[in-house]
Structures are given as structure tokens and as C-alpha cells.
Ligand binder design. Structure first.
Ligand SMILES: [Zn+2]
Length: 151
């Protein structure tokens, strides 16, 4: 299941990517651009009722909440998604690219020494070249997602 979030719900796409879902930002709004995303089999996520009225049910989802975390819950409940923790952190939070597993040797020039000494698992985004590793940040996000999905 793939998503496109328009700019009325900007942060939502980041949360969906953290959960491993393919979610792009539609960028600056124009009706044509949004319709093209639906044409790519993406579900449009928006707080714009004009858009949801124009499109078929479940091609676009109107989010009631202003809060990205509650919006995640709305998407999960509306589509009966079953997020899988095994795929959390497999996609770049910033550009939606699927991350590649790399060794600490491969990130020797990109990650500070103290981080490489503490961690063994790294992932790299080959599009924006960010390097990720599991740290307290991952734990906090996982906890947040577990909490909001449990309710
Ligand atoms: Zn990236």
C-alpha cells in the first residue's frame, strides 16, 4: 500500500516512512499533481475536504486530526493496516528510499568514531546519502509507535 501526503499533513509521511511504508510528499499543491499521485496507485492523505470530495472513497483519506501521531492512527484504523515492526526503519525518513544495510567499515568516513564503536548495524540511503543507526532515537520512535498503535 502506497501513500502520497499533501502539504496539509506534511509530517505524516515521515511517520509512515519510519514504519516502512512507501509515502511521498506531493509538494506544492496543484490539483493535477495530486491526481497524478492517485494515478500511481497511491492513497492521498489530506486535510483538504475539496480534494476528498473529488475522489473516490479510499483513494483519498481525509484526516480529522491536526496531530501527525493521531493521523497515523487514523490511517491505520481506516485502512485496517497491520504495521510490522520488522520493517520499521527500513526506509529513509527524508526521501522515501529503501535503505541499504552497510557495515561499520563502509561508513568509516561518514559516522563519528564513538558511534562506530557503539553500533554494528548501519543503513544508508543511496539517494540522500544519510546514514542511520539504531540508537536511543530509534527506541523512542518505536515506543511512540507502539503506544499509539496499541490504543
Ligand atoms: Zn534519503
Amino acid at each position: 500500500m502506497k501513500f502520497a501526503a499533501d502539504r496539509t499533513v506534511g509530517k505524516l509521511a515521515q511517520w509512515l516512512r519510519l514504519m516502512g511504508y512507501d509515502a511521498v510528499d506531493t509538494g506544492p499543491f496543484s490539483p493535477e499533481s495530486v491526481l497524478s499521485f492517485i494515478g500511481e496507485d497511491r492513497i492521498l492523505l489530506t486535510r483538504d475536504t475539496h480534494l476528498t470530495r473529488k475522489t473516490a472513497t479510499l483513494k483519498a483519506i481525509y484526516l480529522h486530526s491536526n496531530d501527525p501521531k493521531n493521523q497515523v492512527r487514523e490511517v491505520v484504523h481506516t485502512l485496517l493496516l497491520q504495521p510490522d515492526e520488522k520493517v520499521f526503519f527500513t526506509r529513509c525518513k527524508f526521501c522515501n528510499t529503501i535503505l541499504e544495510r552497510v557495515t561499520s567499515q563502509e561508513v568509516i568516513d561518514e559516522v563519528p568514531d564513538y558511534v562506530r564503536q557503539r553500533h554494528k548495524r548501519f543503513s544508508r540511503c543511496n539517494t540522500c546519502e544519510r546514514v542511520y543507526w539504531p540508537g536511543t532515537h530509534y527506541d523512542n520512535i518505536t515506543k511512540t509507535l507502539q503506544d499509539l498503535l496499541a490504543k
